[in-house]
Design a protein around this ligand. Sequence first.
Ligand code: HEC
Length: 144
Amino acid sequence: MKAATLLSLMGAALLLAGQAVAAEAHKTPTAPADFLSKTNPIKADEADEATLKEGGKIYTKKCGKCHGETGDGKGSAAGELVIKPTNLSAPGYLAGRKDGQLLWITMNGSPNTEMKAFGPGSEQNYSEADLWKVITYMRSAFTK
Ligand code: HEC
């Protein structure tokens, strides 16, 4: 084997190891207190058909490629990501997450991951009201 080939193989191995460490060391950040205390203005038992449909539409268009159509975190784009999309349908996951946490990360994204900001002023520029619809949809469709 040529030295250059060997070197590039070693480089690739180091890069992979580095990514594995980065993924392992990553902790999903927690929303600040003023966000954590926010609650969804759409009450789960009052969510009408239209709200769920609108939330579902945004989810399918903007979130499904990473988080998966069924919320399992295995969307078509998930494979190549170092830090994997959260499995939203894992048993107990959504039940254990506060509305404010879900809103905060959806609005602002998660630094150093592919989870980008979707809130007002971001490239995606969804209103808080729209993102509450997405959260309503996710809770309705994925809670286990
Ligand atoms: C390009 C891939 C990608 C897309 C598109 C994406 N996400 Fe994510 N999402 C991620 C990754 C990666 C994480 C893990 C972030 C972390 O752990 O810090 C994540 C984490 C999350 C979390 C977990 C928050 C927590 O505290 O547990 C929620 C909720 C979420 N995303 C919602 C959404 C919603 C809603 C959309 C669409 C509006 C969306 N994501 C679109 C990649 C994506």
